[in-house]
Design a protein around this ligand. Structure first.
Ligand code: RB5
Length: 146
């Protein structure tokens, strides 16, 4: 189950992602925003991040204009590893090495076709574990200590 969210800057791309997930038959919930009216990205970033951190949703996808604001907001929630990826290699390796649980995209930065490819890679790649697990534990320790 995928948690999906955007602000107005990411709304158009989020709609394309939702359509793509429908075509794939993937299960998802859209946490908003539901129009192109101006809104505040941290509101949606927090909702999706909490939904993923709670374990109710396995992965999340967030979209704002650049992807940067959503990344910063989502990564404030404990247990979240939100990765801003605008290339296929990063999308693959942030799952394999960082066990990223939220993909962030900038709707004003990349085209729809490229974004959907990145989504497909992110959703179909597993964490490798092994030596990378230790590093994720070290990230968790940072959360605990600060
Ligand atoms: C909204 O104008 C824009 O600031 C937002 O979508 C995002 O790019 C923030 O990081």
């Amino acid at each position: 189950m995928i948690a999906l969210g955007s602000d107005h800057g990411g709304y158009a791309l989020k709609k394309e992602i939702a359509k793509h997930l429908d075509e794939l038959g993937a299960d998802y919930k859209d946490f908003g925003t539901y129009s192109e009216d101006s809104c505040d990205y941290p509101v949606y970033g927090e909702q999706v991040a909490k939904a993923v951190a709670s374990g109710e949703f396995e992965l999340g996808i967030l979209v704002c204009g650049t992807g940067i604001g959503m990344s910063i907001a989502a990564n404030k929630v404990k247990g979240i590893r939100a990765a801003l990826c605008h290339d296929c290699f990063s999308a693959e390796y942030t799952r394999k090495h960082n066990n990223a649980n939220i993909l962030v995209l900038g709707g004003r930065v990349i085209g729809v076709g490229h974004a959907l490819k990145i989504v497909d890679i992110f959703l179909s790649t597993d964490f490798e574990g092994g030596r990378h697990a230790k590093r994720i534990d070290l990230i968790t320790k940072i959360e605990e200590n600060n």
